[in-house]
Write a protein that binds this ligand. Structure first.
Ligand SMILES: [Zn+2]
Length: 423
């Protein structure tokens, strides 16, 4: 039995683990989740803080030995129960996971920034950051799901399911080996190059990576490709990955008609071939079904989703809540799982605090066994500042000393993920 695909388990004839199919009590609601020690993953920190989760359907609960509770408005509902040698989930776990991964727990709004009649870069960066900080102060405390800076709801639900199965079954679940060698977890270093200024700073960051002999993935805005050719050739020739970051970073791409999205991407066919591009990241991390559909015909993977976001211009409150790649149709999605430099700047963190947060989250992702994807911007006011370069150097120093971590480009991760069942 494969531990990753639990639909196999659900379809078992002896039905050791089943999902309640009774009357629906709640649909599309956020609950506080409380887990019994038997279902609690070792990586769940016992910080006593409340954990909230989106649940697509909670059924009229079947009673039994309760392994997990869902709580709302002062009432507790048995979420997972054990009853005469069987486990019953009182909520629709498969649909919940699918909806969280697809971010269907929220009513997505097209951000105002994508509707401006002029390019958003015409506002100075300092003004953009100030506006965001102000807006964030107004919103603080209202969002409980996804939590930030980490939300592993999907990984938690999968763990609960496997653990529940293991409690009642004699069969041992086969653990899939995800990563090569004795590696516990992967770190991907990636950079979004949005502006001419950012393109000019590429080398400053690349030199630090060279010092540690680490390879990274560079997402370049299409209309900056021609000006950066020399640098990009150098990076590419030295084993780094070049990937596409949309056309002109005006935030409109995901909201265009399918034919218009195609037109914007087609321009870069030659570059895609020259640099063997297999990956894409959408400007502003903006994602729509239409965009993902087109991307599947051009690229092997996309890295536009974030596991959780609270402070960005364009996608606050969104997230797929997992630190593992997943499929969106034929396209592999490798989510960004470390908070972005720009988001942390807006959150008001000092550079030292950013470093500490990144390292803390890498430790968590390592315990879960997922992929830590960092996305920094090489603009002069962000990760190319001398003080931020020092922080980056410290980060790479710590990562490269940890032998249980492997640093790889996103394209390599897409390869590992595809091969994991074949090994
Ligand atoms: Zn960008």
């Amino acid at each position: 039995m494969n531990a990753e695909n639990f639909s196999n388990i659900l379809e078992q004839p002896d039905e050791l683990v089943t999902v309640n199919t009774g009357k629906v009590l709640f649909s599309n609601q956020i609950f506080e989740i409380r887990l019994d020690y038997r279902l609690r993953p070792p990586w769940m920190v016992l910080d006593n803080s409340k954990r909230f989760i989106y649940i697509s359907k909670l059924f009229q609960p079947v009673k039994g030995d309760v392994l997990a509770w869902l709580c709302k408005d002062g009432r507790k509902y048995p979420a997972v129960v054990r009853q005469s040698g069987k486990i019953i989930f009182n909520f629709d776990i498969e649909q919940t996971i699918t909806r969280i991964l697809r971010e269907q727990y929220l009513a997505k709004k097209r951000p105002l920034m994508s509707r401006l009649p002029f390019h958003h870069h015409r506002f100075p960066a300092s003004v953009r950051v100030w506006v965001l900080k102000t807006l964030n102060k107004l919103k603080q405390g209202k969002v409980v799901f996804p939590s930030w800076p980490a939300d592993n709801s999907v990984d938690l639900l999968r763990f609960m399911f496997m653990q529940a199965f293991q409690l009642v079954s004699k069969e041992q679940l086969k653990k899939t080996k995800k990563w090569p060698l004795d590696v516990k977890s992967i770190v991907c270093l990636s950079h979004d190059v949005d502006t001419i200024d950012a393109a000019r700073n590429i080398e400053k960051v690349a030199f630090i990576e060279e010092e540690f002999n680490l390879k990274s993935t560079w997402f370049i805005t299409g209309n900056k490709l021609s000006q950066s050719k020399k640098t990009l050739n150098y990076l590419h020739d030295n084993g780094n990955e070049i990937a596409l970051h949309g056309h002109n970073h005006d935030f409109k791409l995901p909201f265009l008609k399918i034919e218009e999205i195609e037109q914007r991407l087609k321009i870069y066919r030659v570059y895609m071939e020259d640099y063997n591009m297999t990956g894409f990241r959408s400007p502003g991390m903006l994602r729509t079904t239409e965009l993902l559909k087109v991307l599947a015909t051009y690229f092997r993977y996309d890295s536009t989703f974030v596991d959780t976001e609270r402070y960005s211009f364009t996608t606050p409150g969104e997230g797929c809540c997992t630190v593992f790649p997943f499929n969106v149709g034929p396209l592999l999605e490798i989510p960004v799982t470390l908070p972005m430099d720009i988001s942390l700047a807006v959150a008001g963190l000092s550079e030292q605090q950013m470093l500490e947060l990144w390292l803390r989250k890498i430790r968590l992702i390592k315990q879960i066994g997922g992929v830590a994807v960092l996305n920094t911007h090489t603009d002069s006011h962000l990760s190319a500042q001398p003080s931020m370069l020092k922080i980056y150097q410290k980060l790479l120093d710590t990562i490269s000393q940890d032998k249980s971590l492997k640093v790889a480009t996103l394209n390599k991760v897409a390869g590992y993920w595809k091969r994991r069942d074949e090994d």
